[in-house]
Design a protein around this ligand. Structure first.
Ligand code: ATP
Ligand code: MG
Ligand code: MG
Ligand code: MG
Length: 439
């Protein structure tokens, strides 16, 4: 992508409304545009990151056996009356009427709708286990939308829903999502800690929140230091092996970890002082086992091997991709801007032409752009006529992992410079060597 043809509305000044660094940097880097209270458009740079985050989530959901669907954002109140949640949900739910005065709502979550799909088609235990997920916009009329996309009213959610014959099956499904989440967050360069959590309006008796430790987090959390060094399961994890998956969950739930609401002082006292981590945290994912909470009132039954009807045992599993983009920035930035982990960087390489219009600089940049793009790299080529200082500031602000700097002096001796955004290390290389290194 040539920057001269891109839409990257960089802000020079720090936006006054932004209280936390991720919000500030997302606005400054031209990733998002606020459209109303708790409502944001995703501009090209932001959209690329959001897509990369979603792609990782999809790959890990699929690996764990979940199947992607897409459900509507607008739901009927009738459906929510079946579960009893229409009246219970409260003011966070945006209630709407259509032209026939039918009561509708903008979905804050989809347990009812997916249960309706399930009960329409699935009649036998032989069709289980089943886990359906989608990535869709949600609306929650938050009391205090703030911190940009971290707590917005309209936000993207990946929500998965599992259906099993009994508790044992449902627990195995829960475990698969648990392990899938560990892999998902690690791939984004994040250290997420699963913590015993309250179930809130989703309901149920078993629940973990996945928390990123950060000073700007809204939750108070408590965990054992061991979590900071536990090994995350690899890509070869066998999701069809229930006992392998259960062992991983056991390892990741044995040391103490709980959010404020579930904090148990007696158990915490048993952790040695040096191992106690008491910190602020950002909730990026949340998984629930709720058994028959929706299947029973909504009549979602399957015939078991015993020939009898059983209400499906369910769970739901959420991740906030839009919140995650902000959480990644909270975890990875410096005074100059964002530092993207490779896997979610909007482009792999920033190619900086220090003197656009200079025939030799243009020629070398064109050559590098073609070679690196041809090697499958996403390159953002700064071919604008801005001064070098401004180009460097932009490159650091938007945080691409590698910068290739092409200037008249280097080009005269057949060399370019490569800068690593994270370490700040710079290296001068012959052009051919740079192509090999980066391609
Ligand atoms: P919170 O405690 O932050 O209000 P929640 O517990 O209400 O979140 P869940 O119902 O567990 O949220 O939804 C699953 C995920 O959706 C959360 O873990 C979070 O990543 C994301 N999420 C929830 N609310 C928001 C929001 N207002 N803005 C952005 N992401 C959100
Ligand atoms: Mg909430
Ligand atoms: Mg919560
Ligand atoms: Mg939650």
């Amino acid at each position: 992508m040539r920057l001269s043809r891109y839409f990257l509305p960089i802000l020079k000044e720090n936006p006054r409304e932004a209280e936390i660094v991720s919000h500030r940097l997302m606005l400054r880097a031209g990733m998002i545009r606020q459209q109303g209270q708790g409502s944001f458009s995703w501009l090209p740079l932001g959209k690329r990151v959001l897509d990369k985050v979603c792609r990782i989530i999809r790959e890990e959901q699929d690996r764990a056996g979940a199947l992607e669907i897409l459900m509507p954002t607008i739901q009927s109140a009738e459906l929510w009356r079946e579960s009893g949640r229409y009246d219970d949900y409260g003011k966070e739910m945006l209630r709407i009427k259509d032209r026939q005065e039918r009561e509708m709502l903008y979905g804050p979550t989809n347990e009812e709708m997916v249960t309706e799909i399930f009960r329409a088609y699935v009649k036998s235990y032989k069709d289980l286990p089943l886990n359906l997920y989608h990535i869709q916009w949600k609306f929650r009329d938050e009391v205090r939308p703030r911190f940009g996309v971290m707590r917005s009213r309209e936000f993207l959610m990946k929500d998965a829903y599992s259906f099993d014959l009994n508790y044992e099956g449902a627990k195995a499904a829960y475990n698969r999502m648990f392990v899938s989440y560990l892999r998902t967050f690690t791939r984004m360069g994040l250290q997420a800690i699963p913590m015993r959590a309250d179930t809130g309006p989703i309901g149920g008796d078993l629940s973990h929140e996945f928390i990123i430790l950060a000073d700007t987090g809204e939750s108070q959390v408590f965990c054992h230091r061991d979590y900071l060094s536990l090994a995350v399961p690899g890509a070869n994890t066998d999701f069809s092996d229930d006992s392998e998956i259960a062992d991983i969950v056991k390892t990741w739930t044995t040391p103490y970890a709980a959010t404020d609401e579930m904090h148990d002082e007696a158990a915490w006292d048993k952790v040695s002082e040096g191992d106690k981590v008491s910190a602020r945290g950002i909730e990026v994912g949340h998984i629930f086992h709720f058994g028959e909470k929706y299947s029973k009132p909504m009549g979602a039954k399957v015939t078991g091997p015993d020939g009898k009807d059983h209400f499906a045992s369910g769970g739901s599993y959420g991740i906030g991709p839009s919140r995650l983009v902000a959480a990644i920035i909270e975890a990875s930035h410096d005074d100059n801007g964002i530092i993207w982990p490779d896997a979610v960087a909007p482009f792999d390489i920033g190619l900086i032409n220090m003197k656009a219009g200079d025939a030799e600089c243009d020629r070398v940049c064109d050559e590098l752009y073609a070679a690196l793009s041809g090697a499958g790299k996403d390159v953002l080529y700064d071919d604008t006529d801005q001064r070098p200082g401004g180009k460097f500031a932009t490159a650091d602000l938007i945080g691409l992992p590698l910068q290739v700097i092409v200037g008249p002096r280097g080009v005269a001796s057949g060399e370019v410079e490569i800068k690593n955004r994270r370490t700040g290390e710079r290296e001068t290389l012959p052009i051919e060597a740079a192509k090999k290194r980066l391609g």
